[in-house]
Write a protein that binds this ligand. Structure first.
Ligand code: COA
Length: 349
């Protein structure tokens, strides 16, 4: 049975850097509050009109494809993870296929927020193991800066998120010594509303107390994206940060240990852990819990914020570019986020 390995990796972050102090012009916040609670110093924001989730993905994907030594025409399938798509539909997968002038290959969109890249990687891994595809482009890309509440009302969320993209070419290999050893996916929908963006959506509307049974279809249609919704700021993400924190510090270590046990390893065997960059405090907690040394964990949230589905491939790419990952290294990727969903992947580089 073929295995899958990362044959090429790329990342892209927009040029514009926004420091914590610069956010003060929009909301009542301060650098010390943000750094103490999250570790974040700055983040990148995409160009308002010229950059989208898809254009950033194209940049990251082009680098990954080049580093894999193949061309866009060799890609058999796309798996695209994002929570900030260019359009409500169609998803970014087809936009990437078009932008990169690829063949009429399949393009799948994954909606698993912060765990999105690991879900995408796992899906791609299964397609390669069955022999169906040889080169799969797996992407995580986010343009958060266009959908955040830049007022004091939204400060607990808006200061955390940043824009960027990461991509890998997952390739079939017969080499039993390298590649993805296993992936592990989990969810618990009980907490779906704790970290969520409710609108626009087709749920029983949260944003006004009305008897919707009394409305006809035309009126309901007007409510999908209404003035009321915007006036009440119901079109922004919601997060109960403390509940997210409490669950994350349990599920991160759990899913990392699951991957290690499955393959007969201990935390001390990890050469590099790349946790999803949710919050530096969460990563530090996980490090302590697993008794990992500083050189076994890679964090870069200080400079990018939380880039959701892009955070794991960006951190993996940056660590690799810095020479922190060598052939034969045991690398663990782990994520936790909205849903709740959480996931891990263990690989030999
Ligand atoms: N700047 C300054 N003050 C802020 C602020 C900001 N950006 N955001 C919130 N505050 C204020 C609150 O209004 C509150 O003030 P009050 O005590 O006067 O009411 C105070 O700080 C504490 O707010 P709280 O939400 O309880 O802070 P916290 O200590 O829980 O930290 C998070 C907030 C978001 C940093 C923290 O909960 C967290 O990191 N959670 C995990 C989030 C995460 O990882 N999300 C991504 C998941 S993938």
């Amino acid at each position: 049975m073929p295995r899958s390995k990362i044959a090429g990796i790329g990342m892209y972050v927009p040029e514009k850097v926004v420091t914590n102090n610069e956010l003060k012009q929009y909301m009542d916040t301060d650098d010390q509050w943000i750094q103490e609670r999250t570790g974040i110093q700055e983040r990148h924001y995409a160009h308002r009109t010229e950059e989208t989730t898809t254009t950033m993905a194209v940049e990251a994907a082009s680098i990954a494809i080049k580093r894999a030594g193949i061309s866009a025409a060799d890609i058999d399938f796309i798996v695209f993870a994002t929570l900030s798509p260019d359009y409500y539909f169609p998803g970014c997968g087809v936009l990437l296929q078009r932008a990169m002038k690829m063949k009429e290959i399949g393009a799948l969109d994954v909606r698993n927020q912060c765990s999105g890249f690991l879900y995408a990687l796992s899906v791609a891994d299964q397609f390669i193991k069955t022999g169906m595809y040889k080169n799969i482009l797996v992407v995580g890309s986010e343009k958060h800066s266009f959908g955040l509440d830049f007022t004091t009302r939204g400060r607990n969320i808006s200061v955390i998120f940043g824009d960027g993209a990461g991509a890998v070419v997952l390739q079939a290999t017969e080499n039993e010594q390298s590649g993805i050893l296993s992936t592990h996916l989990h969810s618990d929908g009980e907490s779906a509303e704790i970290l969520a963006m409710y609108n626009p959506g087709t749920h029983a509307n949260h944003w006004a107390e009305k008897n919707y049974a009394a409305f006809d279809e035309a009126e309901i249609g007007q409510m999908f994206m209404s003035h009321t919704m915007i006036d009440q700021a119901q079109n922004f993400p919601f997060m109960d940060g403390q509940s997210v924190f409490k669950k994350a510090v349990v599920k991160f270590p759990e899913v990392i240990m699951e991957a290690l046990y499955k393959n007969g390893y201990n935390p001390s065997d990890i050469n590099l852990l790349i946790p999803h960059q949710a919050n530096l405090r969460i990563s530090q907690f996980v490090q302590q819990k697993l008794k990992l040394r500083d050189d076994q964990v890679y964090n870069n949230i200080q400079h990018y914020g939380n880039t959701t589905a892009a955070s794991v491939p960006i951190a993996l790419c940056e660590a690799w570019q810095k020479g922190m990952i060598k052939e034969g290294d045991l690398v663990c990727l782990a994520a936790f986020g909205s849903g709740f969903t959480w996931a891990s992947a263990l690989l030999k580089w």
